[in-house]
Design a protein around this ligand. Structure first.
Ligand code: SF4
Length: 409
């Protein structure tokens, strides 16, 4: 069986595969809370930007830092501003596996039947629709532009293109949003036709340098965010969605393979300005500014702005912090009983997972885990060099039986 077939939160297996991320840094308008690398006045650059993406893919493939992608994710920005031909060109260069999950993020404002039918024929088989809220006054409080009827049009397009596997993004905590507004928004989303297979619900965060950061009267209160989160879990849970990462709920089998692969330590290659990659223990990030990225790639220069190599201990710590946020949980050997006594984690066989309260305090929980600086696996007590920590944790996650993780410290 392939790693992801029949995947459900009960049978999570690590992808061990290769994910490919494409950053699309164009938006029609900028939302007040947004700190992503995206531009509202550079649509004239789209053609050259896609040329640069294709060139970067070709170079990455020829330098050997590439495998056949098992997942592809077009994120942004607003990838639905690309044309069908542009999406097809990128996919033609990347040559994903025939069974790959291929996701494209869509803004309802720029999503129609022609686009979705075309990209579906090109291979896109998963859509992530940025709805954020169905309430006009909440969108206004978030500083997000939305036109009446755009969500309905996008849903018709998803239905016509027969893309059954789609996600809705929600954002809670905007100024003027009441708990009832949030619940009504959730219920409306779950009543969409077709119904989403996956819902992401994120708490609004204040990013420095954004218009929202400069308006403290619009900042959410931590207690209010916690209440919204608990409501999300309750409503989604009662409609058959199960959480599998702190901000993500899915019908069984509809978990996002691309994101899971990243959270479980899979390798990922990102192309485009500001895109991050993780390959063979090295992390890298591309040039942030769109003009500089295009100029560099088209003139034959390297698009990478910085690289770092984590040692085994740092990689173990990073992976455990990511995996902690998933329903898969971490080996219980890493979890002090005090976390269970405090109601933040619960043991489940050889694993331990976050409780609902623990999900609200995940950063605090991560700081209290006992992550060994050097890790070995199985009965062999010798420390493995460099990749030991990651491999031990990954093997434990893959087996579902918590392969023993010992520390030499
Ligand atoms: S649509 Fe998304 S990427 Fe674009 S400005 Fe709004 S939040 Fe940022």
């Amino acid at each position: 069986m392939r790693a992801w077939e029949g995947l459900s939160p009960d049978t999570l297996e690590i992808a061990g595969g290769f994910g490919f991320y494409v950053h699309v840094p164009f938006c029609r308008t900028r939302c007040d809370y947004c700190a992503f690398a995206t531009w509202t006045d550079r649509e004239d650059l789209i053609d050259r930007y896609v040329d640069a993406l294709c060139l970067e893919i070709d170079r990455t493939r020829s330098d050997g830092r590439w495998r056949t992608p098992e997942t592809v994710f077009f994120g942004g920005g607003t990838p639905s501003l690309l044309s069908v031909d542009q999406v097809s060109r990128v996919l033609d260069h990347a040559e994903p596996a025939a069974t790959a999950e291929i996701t494209l993020e869509c803004n309802p404002e720029s999503t129609d039947v022609r686009l979705l039918s075309g990209i579906s024929r090109a291979g896109v088989n998963r859509i992530s629709l940025g709805v954020q809220s169905t309430k006009a006054h909440v969108l206004k409080g978030l500083g997000r532009t939305a036109h009446e009827g755009s969500v309905e049009r996008a849903l018709r397009a998803i239905g016509t293109a027969q893309i059954a596997n789609y996600n809705v993004d929600l954002l809670f905590g905007g100024a003027g949003e009441s708990p009832d507004d949030f619940v009504e928004s959730l219920i409306e989303v779950l009543g969409f036709d077709p119904q989403p297979a996956h819902v992401s619900a994120y708490a609004l965060t204040i990013e420095s340098g954004t218009p929202l950061a400069r308006a403290p009267e619009r900042h959410p209160d931590d207690d209010a965010l916690a209440v919204r989160y608990e409501l999300a879990d309750e409503v989604l849970g009662s409609h058959g969605y199960r959480w599998y990462e702190i901000s993500n709920w899915a019908k069984p089998g509809a978990e996002c393979r691309h994101n899971l692969s990243c959270w479980l330590g899979g390798e990922c290659r990102g192309v485009g300005c500001s895109a991050h990659s993780h390959w063979s223990g090295e992390r890298s990030a591309n040039i942030f500014l769109i003009d500089r990225y295009v100029e560099a790639v088209l003139s034959g220069a390297d698009a990478t702005a910085r690289r770092e190599r984590l040692d085994a201990s740092e990689r173990s710590e990073e992976l455990v912090s990511l995996v902690l946020r998933t329903r898969l949980g971490v080996p219980s050997s890493l979890v002090p009983e005090s976390l269970v006594d405090d109601g933040l984690m619960e043991y489940s066989g050889d694993r331990a997972t976050l409780t609902l309260r623990g999900r609200l305090l995940a950063n605090e929980v991560a700081n209290r885990l006992v992550i060994p600086p050097q890790v070995t696996t199985g009965s062999a007590r010798e420390p493995r060099p460099s990749r030991g920590g990651l491999e031990a944790v990954q093997a434990s996650l893959r087996s579902g039986t918590n392969q023993r993780i010992d520390t030499d410290a």
